[in-house]
Design a protein around this ligand. Structure first.
Ligand code: ATP
Length: 234
């Protein structure tokens, strides 16, 4: 088995000759919570869309769970759960009913709905119409949807965007349970270091499509005086 859950080599995405992602070498190992950081427009979403097979790279290679994404897309993506934008729900339906619609598409066991609601701490809200949910609860329901297929890898694009501090903390605590309690590796993007530093084990920082730092959170802390912190949080 490959040591890496995600490994990219020389990943490039150009839009009309302009590089949104430039020679990116991402390395994410099993059991890591990888904080993918960069200011707005740095190329995080473009990278994530390439990892999910939604956008074709201009150049470079992507290996996920040890396999080439181009060659084995369907089998790989069956093991990847994602939350890439605010999910849309049937507001008049309750949480269980919304998950049931996705469960059928994935052909996951019925018992999985109660399991994922428990994981995201929404068991008590299972029968409430989703239109009454806070944004944080909707994001947790989105993570529950991403977990329905029993993924080995979870990719979350700015899941804390727009949340209040308590909503951010709930998502952070939830993400922290993924590797140890559920055996799931996580890539989570944010434009704020403060949002990921309390949960990430490793951090990748991109600016203008290029990786400017990729290492453990401890090494990032030791380099806090170098100015990296300011450039990310701006
Ligand atoms: P944000 O946090 O604002 O979403 P980001 O780090 O996710 O930022 P991207 O959305 O990946 O950044 O954008 C990177 C660059 O690529 C930006 O300059 C953006 O304008 C450009 N870009 C992204 N998608 C397209 C597209 N479909 N066509 C043209 N340019 C694009």
């Amino acid at each position: 088995m490959s040591e890496f859950v995600i490994q990219t080599r020389g990943l490039v995405k150009e839009y009309r000759g302009r590089k949104a992602v430039d020679q990116l070498n991402l390395e994410i190992k099993h059991g890591e919570i990888y904080g993918f950081l960069g200011p707005n427009g740095a190329g995080k979403t473009t990278t994530i869309r390439m990892l999910l097979g939604l956008v074709k790279p201009t150049k470079g290679a992507i290996r996920i769970l040890g396999k080439d994404l181009q060659k084995e897309k369907l089998s790989i993506l069956g093991k990847v759960g994602s939350l890439v934008e605010y999910p849309s729900y049937y507001g008049h339906l309750n949480a269980t009913e919304n998950l049931e619609a996705i469960r059928r598409i994935l052909d996951a066991p019925k018992s999985r709905i109660a399991e994922v609601l428990d994981i995201v701490s929404l068991t008590k809200e299972a029968k409430r119409p989703v239109k009454g949910f806070s944004l944080g609860m909707k994001q947790r329901l989105g993570i529950a949807s991403a977990l329905l297929g029993n993924p080995e890898l979870l990719i979350l694009d700015e899941p804390t965007n727009g949340l209040d501090p308590s909503g951010i903390q709930e998502i952070r605590e939830l993400i922290k349970t993924m590797p140890e309690q559920h055996g799931i590796t996580v890539l989570v993007s944010s434009h704020l270091l403060s949002e990921v530093e309390l949960m990430a084990t490793k951090v990748g920082i991109i600016r203008e499509g290029r990786m400017v730092f990729q290492d453990t959170i401890e090494r990032l802390r030791r380099q806090a005086e170098t100015g990296i912190r300011l450039s990310v949080s701006a």
